[in-house]
Design a protein around this ligand. Structure first.
Ligand SMILES: [Zn+2]
Length: 338
């Protein structure tokens, strides 16, 4: 049983570990929340920061809590969405997940990817408040976005962290991180959440949805509570996902190399698109596998062996893109195999 009302769904055992640290006063200098995207790692990190900073453990009423809610608390630095030229320039939207000064990203050479650079890190760390009696908390989302130079700089910071400072880092891709970074963190592994738990979450938060709509949301959420909420809250998100699914189906049923290449070009135009595609493709393959498991003689284009191969290909595509390999080439290579 958890003591605090975490604004997340699932992964209770991990949250209980954090509550234990809090109760025993054994707070680590650095936490690393590892696991799939959209399961609530960033939300949990922000709430843990609030538990540390608010004297009454995230009471929701005090000035600390109010400043944290508005993302303007001087002792809480959030590094979520980054400014990217031509792709992510809406400052109001950025302010929802990041509150450090990003003007260095807008100077030449302007940031064109979501890589965390050394200048970003200097700007982020300049927010350490030495005069405070409270904790300085830095929540850095998806630290696999740091380039080599930034990683080395960050490693030095982790070796000698400023006093009263806690880093709460998240990653969707633990194997990509340097072991020297990981070994300096208390690692908590987050996982996908069961459909039953997500169903209960959606039932509580969106009582207006019909049973059929809810089951559709749970199905498409694939164990990811954050996505489930996005799907339930905004029918356009759902429609987009579904359209994607239809297009993929079309590519499989009428395989034409030129259509595949055109599709690859479109989905690799920016990182958000590419991630959306990889998720939809995972869902698509899973659907095929489930159909086959239920009915092995079903007339499907793919054998189970081929499907498993494609899933492996998808994982390696994800990893290549994580390593900043040209995402268009990686997606083309994947699509040409279907
Ligand atoms: Zn409070």
């Amino acid at each position: 049983m958890l003591q605090f009302s975490w604004p997340t769904t699932g992964n209770e055992n991990r949250l209980a570990e954090l509550e234990n640290d809090l109760a025993s006063g054994k707070i680590s200098h650095a936490y690393l929340f590892a696991g799939p995207a959209e399961v609530g790692k960033f939300t949990a990190a922000k709430f843990f920061a609030q538990l540390l900073i608010c004297e009454n453990h995230a009471c929701g009423e005090c000035s600390d809590c109010k400043l944290i809610r508005a993302n303007v608390h001087p002792n809480l630095t959030l590094v979520g969405d980054l400014w990217i030229e031509g792709a992510n320039e809406d400052l109001d939207l950025l302010a929802r997940k990041s509150n450090f000064n990003q003007t260095q990203r807008m100077k030449n050479p302007k940031a064109k990817t979501n890589t965390i650079r050394i200048d970003d890190l200097r700007e982020i760390l300049s927010r350490v408040n030495h005069a405070t009696a409270s904790w300085n908390v830095f929540v850095i989302h998806e630290i696999e976005r740091m380039n080599r130079e930034a990683t080395n700089f960050f490693l030095k910071t982790l070796e000698e962290p400023p006093p009263r400072t806690v880093f709460i880092l998240t990653t969707n891709n633990l194997p990509l991180l340097l072991p020297t970074i990981v070994s300096r963190c208390r690692v908590l592994n987050f996982g996908n959440v069961s459909p039953t738990t997500i169903d209960a979450q959606i039932r509580t938060k969106f009582p207006g949805l019909s049973e059929a709509e809810r089951s559709r949301v749970v199905n498409f959420a694939m164990g990811k509570p954050i996505r489930a909420e996005k799907l339930a809250a905004d029918p356009t998100v759902f429609r987009e996902f579904k359209e994607y699914f239809e297009q993929l189906k079309n590519l499989v049923e009428k395989p034409s190399v030129s259509e595949k290449l055109a599709f690859a070009e479109r989905v690799s135009s920016n990182n958000a698109e590419t991630q959306k595609f990889l998720e939809a493709f995972a869902y698509f393959l899973r659907g095929f596998l489930l159909t086959r498991a239920k009915n092995p003689v079903v007339n499907s284009r793919y054998s189970t062996k081929k499907l498993v191969e494609l899933i492996r290909e998808l994982d390696s595509t994800r990893e290549l893109i994580g390593h900043n390999v040209n995402s268009r080439l990686a997606v083309e290579n994947l699509l040409l195999q279907i």
